[in-house]
Design a protein around this ligand. Structure first.
Ligand code: FAD
Ligand code: NAP
Length: 532
């Protein structure tokens, strides 16, 4: 049986939850699918030990309903995954979100029919649904990447991926564990795995920069203060460059007296995590400032790691600090001082193969009971290109994007009318607080739909020239910074064969919103609105 609705929403993470609540309020009928068993998106899947947010919870939460803000109490500065998932479940209950979604359904294809001006969406499980609009809230870090290491599937022990962690507790007590990958997920999980396991061997290909979270529980006093400052905090966040209330110190590094510079780095370090890339303005553009931040980091690292060779191996060498997302940890580097933790530097001894017993590198074989892959995602585009999305004249999105994605403001893709991508390539997404970002993305999409309905348009499609200009603008911004030099997932560099383009929009959260509003004010300039 084919179901019909105004919109199909793919994904029930932050963006899908927000969009379905507000589509419903706008009187639009919704069919939602998510491959997950329930709401939560990122926080449904990433249940690994130590998973927590790296944007403060008070900011990384919905802002659309002050009552919701006031009634939910975060227990820590950076809440752990179970608490964030509980929050999203609370939101889903409060606004009756689940009735729109069918869970355990992975969308396989979406086909545009010009004659009826409708999309037909099919799932791998056999569902078929039609709608005037498709909203892809399918996530930017939701297509896990499992590297094709020779012999990978021969391993006879337990295998885990941080990005698809079991729901029941994994007990590593007494076990020998291999951890492959030292991005944010590997860095968050290592200390907890090492607490339990008999032995952990960390396979590191590239050393990363990690800054302590300075996490803490929020006391009654903290919370009282947080509640009273919510309006001001939100105002700053909506007007900021990254959707959070924090900005850089106002004075450039070069204009700061030498004896005061370290105090500014220290303050930023204490603030914690990703915020360290904002110590000074221009830190991600100006090499001298960035280099000073790197040296500060190295001094901190040297205070934490006892073994000189491990210290060398943990020191990043292939990118400027902040050009891959700075990891936010709790006790990561200190974990390497433990007797039961060994670091293997894959730059010196690459993995040759995985066998039934364990992992073999150039210097020999190690036996394990479990392998944990913390090997990241086909970020920003993977969730979209893994679906057979066929637009006008049968154009396949995967083919259109073979040379890199092209979008107008992230939402619109030429040749794919009435398909709106949220948090996708071409919007700030991962470079900002994605809770507020998801609200902005959902609002823009719904306003466009309501505008079309009010004006009698049956389709909206991004113009090819508008998308090309936006994509070129986005690349130019990236190329003017140090980001463009790093082999990061922002650049598509973690996936073999993926085009190297800078995927998120680097122009800043507020400036991006302003560009979106200009487009709205100009009658959706850059989109072709038509009626059939
Ligand atoms: P997601 O939450 O990824 O939800 C997408 C949903 O779409 C998923 O449930 C998925 O199952 C579903 N889906 C995808 N493809 C299909 C398909 N074909 N068929 C059906 N369903 C499909 N951002 C921050 O701003 N702050 C943070 O602190 C932060 N921490 C993070 C921690 C981790 C471990 C990770 C991986 C990411 C983190 N992020 C953070 C980024 C995070 O992804 C976003 O904040 C946010 O959760 C994205 O919401 P979303 O709704 O766009 O996508
Ligand atoms: P990631 O940053 O892409 O890290 C993946 C790791 O796996 C890297 O160390 C990578 O090495 C390694 N790797 C990949 N393929 C490999 C191979 N074939 N052999 C050996 N090593 C391999 O992924 P992630 O840690 O899941 O984080 C992704 C993003 O999710 C983060 O940047 C962040 O935005 C978000 N996140 C946030 C938090 C948080 O603190 N809130 C936590 C987790 C994730 P190379 O570096 O050499 O490629």
């Amino acid at each position: 049986m084919t179901h019909d609705a105004d919109i199909i929403v793919v994904g029930a993470g932050l963006a899908g939850i927000y969009t379905s609540i507000h589509a419903d309020r706008a009187g639009l009928s919704i069919i939602g699918f998510d491959a997950a068993g329930d709401v939560g998106g990122t926080w449904y899947w990433n249940r690994y030990p130590g998973a927590r947010c790296d944007v403060e919870s008070i900011d990384y939460s919905f802002s659309f309903d002050p009552e919701l803000e006031q009634e939910w109490r975060w227990t820590e500065r950076y809440a752990a995954q179970p608490e964030i998932l509980a929050y999203l479940n609370h939101v889903a209950d409060r606004y009756d979100v689940r009735r729109h979604f069918t869970f355990g359904r992975r969308v396989a294809s979406a086909d545009w029919d010009e004659a009826t001006q409708r999309w037909t969406v099919r799932t791998h499980e056999g569902d078929e649904a039609r709608a005037r609009w498709v909203i892809m809230a399918s996530g930017c870090l939701s297509a896990p990447h499992l590297p094709a290491i020779p012999g990978r599937d021969d391993f006879a022990g337990e295998v885990y991926m941080t990005a698809a962690w079991p729901h029941e507790k994994v007990d590593f007590t007494g076990k020998r564990v291999a951890l492959i990958g030292t991005g944010s997920s590997g860095i968050q999980s290592l200390p907890l795995i090492a607490d339990e396991a008999a032995e952990v061997v960390v396979y590191q290909r590239s050393a990363n920069y990690s800054v302590p979270a300075s996490n803490r529980t929020l006391s009654d006093e903290d919370w009282k203060h947080a509640l009273s400052e919510y309006p001001e905090r939100r105002r700053k966040s909506w007007n900021g460059l990254a959707g959070s209330p924090w900005g850089s110190n106002p004075t450039r590094y070069q204009d700061t007296p030498e004896e005061e510079r370290d105090a500014i780095f220290e303050e930023s370090w204490e603030r914690g995590g990703v915020l360290f890339s904002k110590a000074f303005p221009g830190q991600m553009v100006d090499r001298e400032t960035n280099e000073a931040a790197r040296l500060f980091f190295e001094r901190k690292l040297a205070e934490k790691v006892k073994d000189p060779q491990v210290l060398v191996d943990l020191t990043p060498t292939d990118h400027a600090i902040g050009t891959k997302r700075i990891c936010t940890d709790t006790g990561y580097y200190e974990t390497f001082n433990r007797e039961n933790v060994t670091l293997v530097n894959l730059r010196r001894e690459p993995i040759l193969k995985i066998t039934a017993e364990g992992v073999t590198t150039e210097s020999g074989a190690r036996r394990f009971d479990a392998i944990v892959y913390a090997t990241g995602f086909d970020a920003m585009t993977g969730a979209l290109t893994s679906i057979d999305i066929r637009g006008r004249d049968g154009r396949l999105l995967r083919d259109e994007w073979a040379g890199g994605p092209s979008t107008f403001l992230g939402f619109g893709i030429p040749g794919f009318p009435n398909l709106l991508s949220l948090n996708g390539p071409g919007c700030p997404s991962v470079l900002s607080n994605m809770a507020l970002g998801s609200e902005q993305q959902g609002d823009f999409a719904l306003r466009l739909i309501q505008h079309c309905d009010a004006q009698g348009y049956t389709s909206a499609e991004a113009r090819a020239d508008a998308a090309a200009a936006w994509t070129a603008h986005s690349q130019e911004l990236a190329e003017a910074t140090l980001f463009a030099e790093a082999p990061s997932w922002y650049m598509g560099a973690n996936i073999e064969g993926k085009a190297r383009t800078f995927l998120p929009y680097l122009g800043g959260f507020r400036p991006y919103i302003e560009r979106c509003e200009e487009v709205v004010d100009a009658g959706y300039r850059g989109f072709v609105l038509s009626s059939r």
